[in-house]
Design a binder for this molecule. Structure first.
Ligand SMILES: [Zn+2]
Length: 409
């Protein structure tokens, strides 16, 4: 696929006009409406949030349709613009992580209260706020009397928080990831995200020998064996660093073991979350240091019996830094912000990987708000950043897709 972008003085004027036409009240109203439609994942569905987004897109004459996963989870797809090319996808996820205990919040997580210039609520930053900004950017184009020449397609997806299997992956399987470029609106503090880490989920199993709890010398304690592993876990990490996403990490996430308080446990399992960086592409290479560490521990403690199994692998992703969409994003951010844009990496996993790794589409991750407040109580985003994001998206849509003369203009 060939990226295209219209350039020139006329388009700069039109990008300015599009940005000026963004209505801050509308950005906020869209965000509050989306937050008020809970879509907790796990525990809920995206139906209410998809309905809110579809209503907004219908008003924009974008003709939304719902693509469902085999178990009925809805993703909303809608397009604006005259010609099929150039084509730009804007992706955001409709689901949010659970709000958790409401008493840990200072505001109702679903009310979308504004306090001290901050919009507070589950999904304010991750990522109903960014979706609202993108929808308000599309609305601004109409208000400015601009009609896109190429095609802008919204992919508002289900199920990003639990790996996107029922959301963006379904859109990919339907052949809908065929654009020339993509913007994923995950909260990046309005920096240009070009890489993200992946993950290897590994189960470690320690086997021992059960015995009466009063005679532990007759058994082999599997929990003790596991403890010897866990304290040395950082040794499995390679000495490598990626310029945007940093170093690989390892985290012992979930542990089970033992059968009763008076029995020497014969089994202990730990789910290990090993995050990989771009360039780490071989699961065997990631798994091998675990086996080596197990052998090393066994050489000191012969009773230790450790095995490791790779349960799931998610590739890391890295998009080209010199793509047209990356340049368009940098120019739009620079036009709206006092400081120049920065290229950054994401420590977490996003749906950008489907566009980058599966569809081979040049992609940037760019959105308002910070990942550090996502998934927390009192999740928030600066209202000013939401509006800035809408203006940045409006500029990008016009610059990348160009504008067509209106029939009646
Ligand atoms: Zn997110």
């Amino acid at each position: 696929m060939v990226e295209q972008a219209a350039t020139g003085a006329a388009d700069t004027d039109q990008a300015d006009a599009a940005a000026r036409a963004v209505d801050p009240d509308q950005v906020l109203a869209f965000a509050r409406a989306l937050i008020a439609a809970p879509s907790e994942n796990p525990g809920g569905t995206e139906h209410a949030a998809a309905a809110v987004a579809s209503d907004i897109l219908s008003e924009l004459h974008a003709e939304p349709r719902t693509i469902r996963s085999p178990d009925g989870r809805p993703s909303v797809v809608a397009s604006l613009g005259a010609d099929p090319r150039p084509a730009l996808a804007w992706n955001g996820h409709l689901d949010v992580v659970p709000a958790g205990d409401p008493s840990t919040w200072s505001h109702d997580p679903w009310a979308g209260d504004v306090d001290g210039g901050k919009l507070i609520g589950r999904g304010a930053a991750d990522m109903k706020g960014p979706i609202a900004a993108a929808l308000a950017a599309a609305a601004a184009l109409g208000r400015a009397g601009l009609k896109l020449s190429g095609r802008l397609t919204f992919h508002l997806a289900a199920d990003e928080e639990l790996a996107g299997i029922h959301g963006t992956k379904v859109l990919w399987e339907h052949g809908l990831l065929d654009q020339d470029a993509c913007v994923v609106g995950e909260p990046s503090d309005l920096s240009i995200g070009l890489a993200e880490r992946g993950g290897a989920w590994i189960t470690a199993t320690a086997r021992g020998r059960a015995a009466h709890g009063s005679q532990p010398q007759l058994g082999v304690n599997a929990i003790t064996s596991m403890a010897r592993l866990l304290l040395r876990l950082p040794e499995v990490l390679p000495d490598r660093e990626h310029p945007l996403v940093g170093r690989p990490t390892v985290n012992a996430a979930l542990i089970t073991g033992g059968s009763a308080p008076n029995v020497v446990p014969d089994r202990c399992q730990v789910d290990i979350d090993r995050r990989i960086v771009p360039g780490e592409t071989d699961p065997a290479e990631v798994l091998a240091p675990f086996d080596r560490l197990g052998d090393d521990i066994r050489s000191e403690y012969p009773e230790v019996d450790l095995t490791f199994q790779l349960r799931e692998w998610t590739d890391a992703a890295e998009a080209p830094a010199d793509s047209v969409i990356a340049d368009v994003a940098r120019a739009a951010v620079t036009a709206e912000r006092a400081t120049a844009s920065a290229d950054v990496g994401f420590t977490g996993i996003t749906d950008a990987r489907f566009y980058i790794n599966q569809a081979h589409i040049p992609t940037v991750i760019l959105g308002p708000g910070s990942l550090s407040v996502a998934h927390t109580a009192d999740e928030w985003v600066e209202v000013g950043d939401l509006v800035a994001a809408a203006r940045i998206y409006a500029r990008m849509f016009v610059t990348f897709l160009g504008t067509a003369p209106r029939p009646n203009a």
